[in-house]
Design a protein around this ligand. Sequence first.
Ligand code: PRX
Length: 635
Amino acid sequence: MKNIPRNYQEYQDIYKFSIEQPELFWQEIADDFKWQKKWDKVLDWNFNDPSVKWFTGAKLNITENCLDRHLADKGNQAAIIWEPNNPKEIHRTLTYKELYQKVCQFCHVLKNNGVNKGDRVCIYMPMVPELVIAILACARIGAVHSVIFGGFSSQSIADRIQDAGATHIITADGGYRGAKEIPLKFVIDDALVQCDTIKKVIVLNRTSTPVSMIKDRDVWWEEEVQKIEALGNPDFLAEQMDAEDLLFILYTSGSTGKPKGVVHTCGGYMVYTAYTFKNVMQYNFGEKFFCTADIGWITGHSYIIYGPLANGAISMMYEGVPNFPDAGRMWDIIDKYKIDILYTAPTAIRSLMAAGDKFLVGKDLSSLKKLGSVGEPINEEAWNWYNEKIGKGKCPIVDTWWQTETGGMMMSPIAGVTPAKPGYAMFPLPGIQPILVDEKGSEITGNSVSGNLCIKFPWPGMLRTTYGDHERCRLTYFSTYHNLYFTGDGCLRDADGYYRITGRVDDVLNVSGHRIGTAEVENAINRHTGVVESAIVGYPHEIKGQGIYAYVICHTPPIDSELMRQDILQTVSRIIGAVAKPDKVQFVSGLPKTRSGKIMRRILRKIAEGDITNLGDTSTLLDPTIVEEILKNHL
Ligand code: PRX
């Protein structure tokens, strides 16, 4: 692949080229892929509509790039190595040839069950190889996949199915996560009570949990596959897709109550994830790459599946959680498979660090060459522990900043090529043009400055729209500042010109690397019959990065506040999912509001953070005494 720097000077040269001639830069990278027809034009764009089109007129199928083109020279090399939740269960390896065959097989299953090009398919599955097969089969037949993280509730699933107008669901009877068994099919059945667009549900047997199968709607994965085996497993010719056809929808939280369906398209997303993977990780053939994310989030989409597979890499996939059966599990996996590159989240690093170094004893981590971090700011202590105890001081660490909307990594050190500094995303990757702006949208130039982070030029992996509501996409990302994509993040550029992400500047929380909208949690709490109003803010949490602090007004002060707290947590779990449960619930008789009725979150945030010495000006509040009451009882 072209435009991969091997030293700092090369990075600077390539970066300069990518800014001066972006179309040529991306064209040289795109030339490396298998296109059924090449593009007429590399880029067409404006950030006003917004309308962004990469590789217009080009035809391709992303799975030909992730599978078919590796068959000749890597057919027998592992594509996916899968480690089960239970260390005693046997692991599985799927070579590129086997993965290709299984994807073709499942394409026939989808077709037999009435899935057509352009249909939306919701996938709610455990972290098993069949999840990868399901995703790639959708992509191969041209259906749009929308994966829903296993931690979301039936209500959240129903919302997403309805928003996407999905016609099919692929799920499993259940899933294993640590000591827990998750009743996936049961949750789906609950969700489907509210959804009438679903024609078929394909159910994989993972846990052999008894489930109810609805006549003419639900079919077993295994039985459907057998029908294709009986035909001798014919190949499946990949559907021809336009570069700008939809590849997938992934729902993510924003500052309003309703999650948005972020849309990624075939050509640009492929080029972008493949390039950033190869470049940032400096991936060499044969290296084993272990991304610990769940495929229900963008990191799993881009860096367990598409980026690595488009490069013919070996992608490690783990079904369970890092601390099961104990906090040594990740190190066992690295030792067992001799992993070369580990890509994980600060929350995992902090929780394994907190468990103590005894879990590292006897674990051979000498195979590790490169380390990565993603999803949230990494604090210096965790960075240093990761560097010393895991990387043994010899592995470069890449702190990759990006978002569901960006499709792939945007700012990051390049492993072993560009400098790194704890907690810093350092530099933009080639092709990325960041800019810091002040509240009014004026560019902040020079160093030792901070502002709101925007991007001023398109990149192939960027979102194209929010599904079914283009205006929302415009309003959320392209209207705050003229002609700029607004990330929602604050950012610092230090004296050396190094970038550091300082966190969200909107009402989005980042809890254990999971993105949660405060409005969503408030809406959920407010649905409890006993609740009048609530306000959610984040506070620093030692392990999770941010914790969720809820201030709740009840109709009458709760007689048993512990019971009421439990009730509220249940409500949030039911409406959103366990991921959004508040860590702290404080019952209050009122909220600090301005005379116009706006909640002064700044004050609530300070109290939640325990920073109560200087609450700023409270004189504009409708009722300043409420602050004293909240302060007195704060948790
Ligand atoms: O605030 C930034 C934070 O996570 C947000 C994006 O969340 P999501 O779309 O769920 O994607 C996570 C995986 C890419 C960003 O707006 N974030 C992500 N990576 C970093 C980060 N904050 C600091 N440092 C990072 N490396």
